[in-house]
Write a protein that binds this ligand. Structure first.
Ligand code: ATP
Ligand code: MG
Length: 560
């Protein structure tokens, strides 16, 4: 734990835990992160992961990773694998093995029988529409199902028929017998078991009835000895039911549910179901497309796990829902990368510069710091030769005004870490496009100002002989609307930002970078932060821009 983390005032869940420990209600804490494997994790889940695992770390407790896999229709082993990868990558270790709600199906089934025997559950055979109509409304009580007062024996027989596959899907459900007039709709005889004739990724064809979320979740917590079951606010209304099951079942422990505000980020959609639409309908290339707010997309884009953890720390944990500005996430990413990303030079829009007075075949190496603030990281060698690439945007034929510090015909500029060069001649093709600059260098300018004149401009460059072409993918926000889900008449996909991916062909990247360790994110000087994309092959280098150096959205907004 860093100093700043220690100084932060405790959030409301930490306060509850401190009191529980101080007053002996628990001797140690045990939390869990309980994803349903029906999609890849997104940035919202990162908040829940950092909270649950972070509490266990802070209070010397434990945290489980448990798949809440009660609905085989939407779940898949691919999602299980991706979620395990993402939680590990975020830097957390769960207690013991990965757990599955499905491994408690036998116990849950026994507990369903227990409720039937106690007269607290019954099999309802109304069709879904009638059942829904009979639940009543917020102002009207519900109507009892015809089967509500069936005998225990009849209910046991019907539930056995459900389990044995003798009913069609939807023909019968097991419901708790609580109160059809309860002011909380969740307490109006909620569903415990539904028929789903589907193979399950963990239990295969063993079951054709599956427990509901409500009937499973608290009981899973109790089985695992979870002390603080933390979930998002939308489950507040389910808490009385959570407690009802814990009171009415022979559970081995009594967990308590606490709710916190979910992360909502502007310009972003955090819902597995909707992110799945983007994947299935081909709006992105996959769950790990670097434009996606998924943990795997953010990772592929080059965002460090530490930046995500810092972001979650920055936004804090509260009980009231709000919207976090995505620029806070971007800030956390820039802050982390600025502090730790090694520096390098790459030319995104190359223009050839030939240094006519530098001998052909000769080359030399300049020395540059790996990171200007971390001397301990040492220096890197920057090769230089007669032909170099500079960025097209760093040259203009005629100096437009006195503020122009970059190169122009007849002007001088320093090649970063190297010599001062003067542009003597511009070569154009038939269409008039500039294809090459003929320059001369001043040999007496390495590490010092030239004699008798000031050269203020410094530009980045790479040696043509020592670089290779790359495809560079520039990313921007996936949505160009602050609240893509906030439009009644319009689908969120209408607000996809068509410019969220721009591809630059033919950038020039220093050879040495391609040998760097996988996952390295560099600061390409004057351009931003970049990393190698896994689409890279032996023949083709693909680079992702993780983020720009500065927040261009803030600029646009303040201009407007
Ligand atoms: P989604 O709607 O995206 O599928 P979910 O809540 O259904 O989200 P789960 O797999 O059930 O997804 O979530 C696992 C845990 O992550 C839950 O405890 C849930 O409350 C939490 N979680 C989900 N979304 C967010 C969010 N935006 N912010 C914080 N926690 C979240
Ligand atoms: Mg869900």
């Amino acid at each position: 734990m860093s100093e700043t983390e220690k100084e932060k005032p405790a959030n409301f869940i930490e306060q509850i835990i401190e009191a529980d420990l101080a007053e002996g209600r628990v001797s140690s804490i045990h939390t869990r992160f309980p994803p349903e494997p029906n999609g890849y994790l997104h940035i919202g889940h990162a908040k829940s992961i950092c909270l649950n695992f972070g509490l266990a770390q802070r209070f010397g407790g434990k945290c489980n990773l448990r798949f809440d896999d009660t609905n085989p229709a939407k779940e898949d082993q691919e999602y299980v694998d991706a979620i395990i990868r993402d939680v590990s990558w975020l830097g957390f270790e769960w207690d013991g093995d990965v757990r599955y709600a499905s491994s408690y199906f036998d116990t849950l089934y026994q507990w369903a029988l227990h409720l039937i025997r106690e007269g607290k559950a019954y099999v309802d055979q109304q069709d879904a529409e009638t059942m829904s109509a009979n639940r009543g409304t917020l102002t009207e009580p519900g109507v009892d199902a015809p089967n509500r007062n069936l005998s225990v024996e009849d209910n046991l027989a019907l539930f056995e028929k459900m389990r044995a596959g003798e009913f069609d899907e939807g023909a019968a459900i097991l419901r708790a017998k609580i109160d059809m007039a309860h002011p909380n709709m969740n307490m109006r005889d909620p569903a415990l078991y539904r028929i789903r004739k589907q193979s399950h990724h963990q239990t295969g064809d063993k079951w054709c009835i599956y427990p509901s979320y409500d009937f499973a979740h608290g009981q899973e917590d109790a089985i695992e000895g979870i002390t603080h079951s933390i979930c998002t606010l939308e489950f507040s209304d389910h808490r009385p039911l959570y407690d009802w099951f814990i009171e009415n079942l022979p559970v081995p422990a009594k967990p308590t549910q606490y709710e916190f505000a979910p992360l909502n980020l502007n310009y972003t959609v955090t819902s597995k179901r909707r992110l799945k639409q983007l994947v299935d309908e081909g709006h992105v290339f996959g769950w790990d497309d670097p434009r996606m707010p998924t943990i795997s997309g953010l990772r592929r884009r080059g965002i460090p796990a530490k930046a995500l953890r810092n972001f979650c720390d920055m936004i804090g944990v509260t009980k009231s829902e709000g919207v976090v500005d995505v620029s806070m996430l971007e800030f956390a990413v820039r802050e982390e990368l600025n502090a730790n990303a090694p520096r390098a030079m790459t030319v995104l829009r190359p223009l050839k510069m030939v240094i006519t007075n530098y001998p052909e075949g000769q080359s030399e190496k300049f020395s540059a710091p790996v990171h200007p603030q971390h001397e301990e990281l040492g220096t890197r060698e920057v090769p230089f030769s007669r032909e170099v690439w500079i960025d097209r945007e760093d040259f203009i034929e005629v100096k437009p005004n006195k503020h122009w510090k970059r190169l122009f015909t007849g002007g001088e500029v320093r090649l970063r870490y190297g010599y001062v060069v003067r542009c003597d001649e511009v070569i154009k093709d038939e269409s008039g496009e500039i294809v090459e600059l003929r320059c001369s260098y001043d040999p007496d300018t390495l590490g010092k100002m030239p004699e008798g004149r000031k050269v203020k401009g410094v530009i980045h460059w790479v040696s043509a002989e020592h670089s290779r072409p790359a495809e560079v993918r520039l990313y921007d926000r996936l949505f160009n609307d602050e609240n893509p889900l906030g439009h009644k008449e319009r689908d969120f996909k209408e607000f996809i930002n068509p410019e969220a991916l721009q591809v630059l062909e033919g950038a020039q990247v220093e050879n040495s970078l391609t040998e760097a360790a996988e996952g390295t994110v560099w600061q390409f000087e004057r351009e931003g932060y970049f990393t190698v994309d896994p689409d890279t092959t032996a023949d083709k280098l693909v680079i992702n821009r993780t983020i720009t150096l500065r927040d261009s959205w803030a600029k646009i907004q303040s201009k407007a």
